[in-house]
Structures are given as structure tokens and as C-alpha cells.
Design a protein around this ligand. Structure first.
Ligand code: UD1
Ligand code: UDP
Length: 371
């Protein structure tokens, strides 16, 4: 019996292909549990992929803290595990949900399967607390589904046995391909996309922005917003679209610093369909998101990453991703290069797929079936 557990928007996007792949298997029972570490942003993804969870812990509290979130998840998972009686529990990546569910599954005695295993910055404070969460989940896990050879290598260096690691590609690409196919269907109607068509001038160059990392809260976010403001004022012919994360530590300052600027459009987090549609329309992207760094190469979109380090070196090597940190001048300089120098822009917008071929979930299911 399989139990797939996730709690935030990116985990939901990246676990949805696995849920759908296991649903095709008649030989085993698979159940889905959501912690709902995120509520609205998780539900947007569940709706898009038409997933109805078997268990919903509904743990999200406004402006929640890591202590109570971790404790509540571990505490609440006991009843779920005792009811579902899983042989295998699947967790994803590096969130508090992944780490806490991993611990609970270990206590229960299930085999822990870590999807998107082996990403590392090797600095436990960056990103915080994600690097520590994934290292800990890696210690707990019995099976490690590494997205790339680099992530497998990281695990081998930590003495994980080769036989317990499978390089799968990243399920984010499975989700992306499923998503793009759905969005491009003629019958597909989406009120958010219709709304965007009404408020955005798509004849202009679109810069898409997101951000939420804890270590950027406060000063970092202020410096990023200052760069966006200057860019918008210097380049009247661009439109900056910023779907603002619901974390109050992000929503508050961003609304305060960037409201009322004519060519900056602030919107609520977009459902996956509208976000994919907008990514395809973007000229380039400024973000600190992990998932967007992985999606952008497949769409050929340059990305300025507002972080000093990344656990995703593959897209830097391929040229799509450029680390700019949170320094206002560096963000401005790199943005202007992309806007002003078309040869440079072309060199950064080459389509490539370092993160997978859309068959990652299938590989995971086959691996488990063969155990
Ligand atoms: C979490 C993850 C981070 C992941 C990010 C993806 C941890 C510690 N952090 O960070 O790794 O990259 O999600 O977005 O696991 N909120 C809502 N509605 C929502 C979602 C969030 O109101 O649907 C607000 C709530 O006030 C909540 C707060 O955002 O308390 C913070 O949510 P939380 O999951 O703790 O942190 P994120 O910054 O979202
Ligand atoms: N995303 C979305 N709507 C938005 C912004 C992002 O659906 O308004 C998607 C995006 O395509 C990617 C994922 O959310 O798949 C990234 O989530 P986030 O940046 O919150 O978390 P991270 O990847 O950094 O953990």
C-alpha cells in the first residue's frame, strides 16, 4: 500500500504526476494525504490535476511558525498512518511537510521514498530551512529518487547505497508537459487567463516575478522590490507581472513597495494553468523559486535567480539561469542586459531539458513494482 503525502504548492505540482501514475496501477492501492501546510495555493493545484485527497490534515495557520508546524504535522500523521497502514510513504523535496512526514513514517515503520532527493547547497542555512529538511529527509529515506546525475552523486558522497538510488528526472517536467497539454486544448477555458488578457498589455515585453524564500524576507525583499521599481521606471515599454505569494512576510512588503506603479501589475498567486500560460508569454523571469528554475529551461526562458546559491546547478551550466542575489544594482544590471542586448538574450533563451523527459513518475512506479 502506497501513501503519497504533500502539503505545499510546489510539492503538489511535483507529486501530482506520481498520484496520476499510481492511479493507473490496479495491482496496488495508493492513497493521498495532504497536510495542507498551504491551503489556497495547494487547493489550486488539487483542482487543476483533479486530485481528491483521502486525508486532509488542514494544518495551515496564518503566519505559521516552524516549531508548531513541524509538531502538528508529526502529531497528526500518527492517526493517518495507523489508518492507511502504508508499506511505502512518499515525500517530496525539502519542505517542513516532507521532513515531518518522513519522521512520522519512520516512527510508524513504513519505507520512506524521497522524491526529488539529493539536491544540495551544502550550506545548512541556505536555503533555510530547506537544505536541512532535505538532508534530514535523505537520512530517513529508504529509497531516493534523484532528479539528475548531480543529485545522485551528492547522495553517494553521503554514503547512500547506489542500489537505493534511482535517477528519474524531475517530476516537475511530467507536470509541466501535462499542464501545457491541458492549457493548449481548444476546449480549455480559464477565467484567470481571461482576466490577465484584460489587465496586461501583451504587446510589451513581460517580466514575470515571484519570490518567497525565508532568507529573503525583510532586507532582501526590499532590495529586490527597489530593483523592480527602478526597472519599471527606466523602461516604460515593459510590464512587470508579479503574482504575490500569500505569506504575510511577502505580501505585506511587496504591496506596500510596489503598488501604484503603472507598469507593475501585482496579482494573487495564479493557479498552475494561468502561471504556465504566463511563463510562456514572459520575456524573462526574476524569481527565487526552486520549481521555476527547473521549468524555465524547458520553456527557453532566461531566469534571474534572486539567491546567492542554488541546489540546481544544471540550468546554470546550460546558461538559462543566472544567480543575481538580492543586490539591487546586480538585478538591474542583469535585467538591462537581457532587455538591451538581443544577442545576449538569445544565448540565454535556448530550449533544453536538464531536468527530465516527462517520464519520471513512470520510472518511480516501475522501480517500486520491481522491489
Ligand atoms: C513553504 C516552504 C518552502 C516552499 C514554499 C513554496 C517550508 C518551511 N517552507 O514556504 O520550502 O518553497 O512553501 O511556496 O516548508 N499562506 C496562505 N495560503 C497559502 C499558502 C501560504 O495564506 O495557500 C500564508 C500563511 O499565512 C502561512 C504562510 O503563508 O502561514 C507561510 O506558509 P509556509 O508554508 O509556512 O511558508 P512558505 O514561505 O509558504
Ligand atoms: N506557480 C504557480 N502559480 C504562481 C507561482 C508559481 O502555479 O503564481 C508554480 C510554478 O509553476 C512552480 C511552482 O509553483 O511549479 C513553484 O512554487 P514556489 O515558487 O512557491 O516554490 P518552490 O519551487 O520555490 O519550492
Amino acid at each position: 500500500m502506497n501513501l503519497i503525502v504533500f502539503g505545499t504548492r510546489p510539492e503538489a505540482i511535483k507529486m501530482a504526476p506520481l498520484v496520476l501514475e499510481f492511479a493507473k496501477e490496479t495491482s496496488c492501492v495508493t492513497k493521498v494525504c495532504v497536510t495542507a501546510q498551504h491551503r489556497e495555493m495547494l487547493d489550486q493545484v488539487l483542482d487543476f490535476f483533479e486530485i481528491i485527497p483521502d486525508y486532509d490534515l488542514n494544518v495551515m495557520k496564518p503566519n505559521q511558525n516552524l516549531y508548531s508546524l513541524t509538531a502538528t504535522i508529526i502529531e497528526n500523521m500518527k492517526a493517518v498512518l495507523e489508518d492507511a497502514k502504508p508499506d511505502f510513504v512518499y515525500v517530496h523535496g525539502d519542505t517542513t511537510t516532507s521532513m515531518a512526514v518522513g519522521i512520522a513514517a519512520f516512527y510508524y515503520g513504513a519505507k520512506v521514498c524521497h522524491v526529488e532527493a539529493g539536491l544540495r547547497t551544502f550550506d545548512r542555512k541556505y536555503p533555510f530551512p530547506e537544505e536541512f529538511n532535505r538532508q534530514l529527509t535523505g537520512k530517513i529515506a529508504d529509497y531516493h529518487f534523484a532528479p539528475t546525475p548531480v543529485s545522485k552523486q551528492n547522495l553517494l558522497q553521503e554514503n547512500v547505497r547506489d542500489i537505493n538510488i534511482l535517477v528519474t528526472g524531475n517530476t516537475v517536467i511530467d507536470a509541466l508537459l501535462l499542464g501545457v497539454k491541458k492549457v493548449n486544448q481548444e476546449s480549455f477555458k480559464d477565467s484567470e487567463i481571461d482576466h490577465l488578457k484584460g489587465i496586461v498589455d501583451f504587446s510589451k515585453k513581460i517580466i514575470l516575478v515571484t519570490g518567497h524564500r525565508r532568507e529573503n524576507h525583510g532586507e532582501g525583499l526590499i532590495k529586490i522590490c527597489t530593483a523592480l521599481k527602478k526597472l519599471a521606471l527606466d523602461y516604460k515599454g515593459i510590464q512587470i507581472i508579479y503574482p504575490v505569494h500569500l505569506n504575510p512576510n511577502v505580501e505585506g512588503p511587496v504591496n506596500e513597495l510596489l503598488s501604484g506603479i503603472k507598469n507593475i501589475i501585482l496579482v494573487k498567486p495564479l493557479a498552475y494553468a494561468a502561471f504556465l500560460w504566463l511563463m510562456e508569454k514572459a520575456y524573462f523571469i526574476i524569481t527565487d523559486s526552486g520549481g521555476i528554475q527547473e521549468e524555465a529551461p524547458s520553456l527557453g526562458k532566461p531566469v534571474l535567480v534572486t539567491r546567492d546559491t542554488t541546489e540546481r546547478p544544471e540550468a546554470i551550466d546550460a546558461g538559462t539561469v543566472c544567480l543575481v542575489g538580492t543586490n539591487t544594482n546586480v538585478i538591474l544590471k542583469e535585467s538591462k542586459k537581457l532587455l538591451d542586448d538581443s544577442a545576449y538574450y538569445q544565448s540565454k533563451s535556448i530550449l533544453h531539458n536538464p531536468y527530465g523527459d516527462g517520464k519520471s513518475a513512470q520510472r518511480i512506479v516501475n522501480f517500486i513494482k520491481e522491489l
